[in-house]
Design a protein around this ligand. Structure first.
Ligand code: SF4
Length: 193
């Protein structure tokens, strides 16, 4: 009886990958990537990686913000050197780039005047002036120097402050200073809730 010819797959594979660099192989097989695929470059290749911080919660995961030579933000990823997250980001942190570079992002405020039925587009400076006006008016109307028993308190219970979790340490410090200077005693931050 004639014996069937056998193929030594090990030596076939070894010949196929001989002389190929690791990037030219997929495991033990030659990489069949097209010319176009070979010509593609990573989105952040050559970009400057700036160490930054996820602003969304008190965990404080470190990020790498990739910036082009023109100063354009290209991507934001977890920083592998972060001692608290080791390069990982939760879904909120992973969305930093998409939220920052986004054509649908609002750049004006929506304002609806008392009793109005329609929203108006307002510039941010206009909104900041309105907040300052209302803050001052409310403070003046509700500020208490002394309680009925004569105890000096110098406070207002008419205003409360809720800081956003996107605030950094410096912003929270300044907010605390501002609120306490104005006599606001109800000061909280979203990251603690
Ligand atoms: S929101 Fe997520 S990624 Fe950002 S600091 Fe908190 S845990 Fe980290």
């Amino acid at each position: 009886m004639a014996t069937k010819p056998t193929i030594d797959l090990t030596s076939v594979l070894a010949n196929a990958v001989r002389g190929l660099r690791l990037s030219e192989r997929v495991g033990a097989l030659p990489n069949v990537a097209s010319k176009r695929t070979r010509a593609l470059k990573g989105r952040v290749k050559g970009a400057k990686a700036v160490v930054s911080l996820c602003p969304y919660c008190a965990v404080g995961c470190s990020t790498l913000a990739y910036v082009s030579d023109e100063g354009k933000l290209l991507d934001v990823e977890g920083n592998p050197d972060s001692p608290v997250s080791g390069g990982h980001l939760c879904p909120k942190g992973s969305a930093i780039f998409g939220m920052t570079v986004n054509e649908a992002r609002w750049t004006t405020a929506k304002y609806r005047a008392p009793f109005a039925t329609e929203w108006e587009e307002k510039p941010l400076d206009w909104v900041l002036d309105r907040i300052a006006e209302r803050f001052k008016k409310t403070r003046e109307e509700t500020f208490v120097r002394n309680l009925p028993n004569g105890k000096r308190v110098n406070h207002t219970l008419g205003i409360a402050s809720l800081g956003g979790a996107t605030f950094g340490i410096e912003e929270n410090y300044l907010l605390q200073k501002l609120m306490k200077t104005c006599g606001v005693v109800s000061v909280e931050n979203q990251a603690r809730i």
